[in-house]
Write a protein that binds this ligand. Structure first.
Ligand code: GLY
Length: 352
């Protein structure tokens, strides 16, 4: 599988990626290597990783608790302290081995430690392989507000090893498919159809194509001034739902993918109303997402709370919520304003 060249770093695939990693470590003469894991990846991914990692450097492992609720400043302080106590210097390398929380938080920790040290992402979930680990966004949550604190900082390399996917539950795999569906709707309808037909058929090809799409977008607009906003398709409403469900004890827990899948149904509804996105595609999206993810309980009483969380979306300008909308599959518009009434209607469309 061919490597993909991102702005300043390569993305390597499968076992040959470990040779590139070993070469990179030798060429850069790092003083020491830190591996950031969480309570899941230390058990299920680290044994494979350490067996495949070839280096004679000193290695230290730093473990954080697994889960989105730990993607915060307290965890960062713990990691910075551990690195300091273990003698990390400006020539140390941080390898992040985990899902989106580990790669986002680890990248942020590395980008800010002693004004920035090198880091390499080894994503272990489908979601972080196709999205979180790629594109240089690093950061943490502020309370339940997602990714409010962070910096753009590119890793030195990404290693995509699909073997780690075997450690995931079916639910976690499905969560990642939401991001692949996103690329399908915005850039390549074939991807959307392939997920519908059989996700497991050729997962590495789907991952490779997703990264290719994301990389093309990021190369054009690395700092999300314009076209990169398309990658937030489904996320404007999706993040509002995710934060609301996270904070509300009476609501079931939703994964990131499940929340943005609902967001894509709602935003497809709004696209139909405002940009004539074809009705048959709207129905196709709703049916596909409900058959893949099931249906979450959202009532009209939830709407004001969801709207409230949406006020903190990073695309907002001057307090106005900005949407990505679709005219058709593969044809999108950014910076669209949408009334609260239409957002409410879209949530009710999902629910009925
Ligand atoms: N996850 C969206 C982006 O990286 O821009």
């Amino acid at each position: 599988m061919v490597s993909i060249q991102a702005e300043t770093y390569p993305i390597h695939f499968n076992e040959k990626a470990y040779n590139e990693l070993a070469k990179h470590i030798v060429e850069n003469a790092y003083s020491s290597i830190f591996i950031l894991v969480d309570t899941n990846t230390i058990e299920f991914c680290y044994p494979r990783f350490i067996q495949l990692l070839e280096t004679d450097k000193n290695i230290e492992v730093i473990q954080i608790d697994a889960g989105e609720v730990y993607k915060n400043m307290e965890t960062c302080i713990g990691v910075w302290n551990a690195m300091t106590e273990l003698g990390a210097d400006r020539h140390s390398l941080l390898i992040t081995l985990g899902g989106g929380v580990v790669t986002d938080l680890g990248g942020f920790v590395a980008a800010t430690f002693k004004r920035g040290i090198d880091f390499i992402n080894i994503p272990t979930t489908l979601l972080s392989m196709v999205d979180a680990s790629v594109g240089g966004k690093t950061g943490i949550d502020l309370g339940v507000l997602k990714n409010q604190i962070g910096v753009f900082s590119n890793p030195k390399m990404i290693v995509i090893d699909p073997e780690y996917l075997h450690t995931l539950s079916e639910r976690e795999i499905r969560s990642g498919t939401a991001e692949i569906l996103k690329y399908g709707m915005t850039h390549d309808k074939n991807l959307f159809n392939q997920i519908k037909d059989n996700l497991h058929l050729n997962i590495i090809t789907l991952i490779h194509r997703s990264i290719e799409i994301k990389n093309t977008v990021v190369l054009e607009d690395p700092l999300e001034q314009n076209v990169r906003k398309v990658l937030n398709w489904g996320h404007t409403i999706g993040h509002g739902i995710e934060s609301y469900f996270l904070e509300n004890a009476s609501k079931e827990n939703l994964t990131h993918g499940e929340a943005i899948a609902i967001g894509m149904v709602c935003e497809a509804f709004i696209s139909n109303k405002l940009l004539n996105f074809p009705k048959e595609h709207l129905n196709d999206i709703k049916n596909t997402i409900i058959s893949l993810f099931g249906k979450a309980e959202i009532s009209d009483q939830d709407v004001p709370y969801i709207l409230n969380y949406m006020k903190h979306d990073k695309k907002n300008v001057g307090g106005e919520i900005q949407f990505v909308l679709l005219e058709n599959f593969e044809h999108f518009k950014i910076n669209r304003r949408v009334s609260n009434v239409l957002i409410e209607e879209s949530l009710m469309f999902y629910s009925r």
